[in-house]
Design a protein around this ligand. Sequence first.
Ligand SMILES: *Cc1c(COP(=O)(O)O)cnc(C)c1O
Length: 387
Amino acid sequence: MKDLSKILNHIGEDRESYFNAVAPPIFQTSNFSFNSVHELRSSLDKEYEIPFYTRGNNPTVAILRKKLAALEGTEDALVFASGCAAIAAAVMSVVKNGDHVVCVKKPYSWTHKLFQNYLTDYGVETTMVDGTNVENFRLAIKGNTTLIYLETPNSITFELQDLKAIGKLAKKHQITTVCDNSYSTPLYQRPAELGIDLVVHSASKYIGGHSDLVAGVLCGSKQHINRIFGSEFMTIGGIVSPNEAWLMIRGLRTLPIRLERSAATAKKIIDYLENHPKVERVLFPYSKNHPQHALAKQQMEGCGGLFSIVLKAKDITGVEKFCDALQLFLLACSWGGHESLIFPTCALYNSTNYKNSELPWSLVRMYVGLEDPNELIIDLEQALAII
Ligand SMILES: *Cc1c(COP(=O)(O)O)cnc(C)c1O
């Protein structure tokens, strides 16, 4: 990626204004004062540009926003208290009562709920489509469609959507597009460069990268972001704290090496699993067996450490035994941190909150972190032997 080191180490930072400190200060302040009524008055209309009150602008957060926008190749970015807050703000900035949304099937669980349980109360109707064929989007578009919502690949079964083709289709119909890019990070995929209007992230994953924060990102054009700033951002107020923003800046410094390491380990582990008799299938966009492998190679510059496997287990007990036997993989949701994780879909069964009968009980989502790949393989070997 062009200028990556410059973005991560220099863009947004104004070291002379804080004693040439290499790491920026955390501006842990709610508000900013002015020297005269005249200055206060003229600042009121510039909340988008200058620090006035931290719900709007904060200098630590401002550094982070510049870096994220530069990484994603957009004019501006906003940072939120969670990925879900960023997604909700992006969606709500587009739809209003009477509108129709076309959303890819199997998006992140709480994104699904936003469309299917929440926005319905506000008169917004959503059609969920299989995103592997652009034609499905074309057929679902209605006269009142204002938003196409994408997540490529999704984070459990890893189907892709053709960003360029869908971006083009949406432009033709004057429909706004939003894409959740959490899986790839801007290092491995830049939807805005492929014609997508708004890009959202759960920064709780790779961007934060240390399993110690929850945050979200929304990137887009200056015009779009300015409008969201003056509306969803300031009125709903789901902002990131300066402290969390600082942790994200620190996380970004090592994003390239963390991602590279996680991806390289995933490749080794996938090679091992694809040849293991107890594994039926590996779901991973960069696997040669992935039905959309060519598209993955075309629109992604890399593939991280998150994938799923389908186990050859006789029953759920077999899956449970495998998961319980792993020593180095923690049983947990989320991903993108330093530690390897597993999440079996059979854990979702009987949950009223997460019921998803479309997922097979033998599927286990895996994330590989920064550990020694050989140690992880030894751990997998002993756990697979138990099935
Ligand atoms: C985790 C996740 C989210 C939600 O992000 P939070 O930071 O947990 O609110 C959204 N999309 C994807 C793909 C995710 O993995």
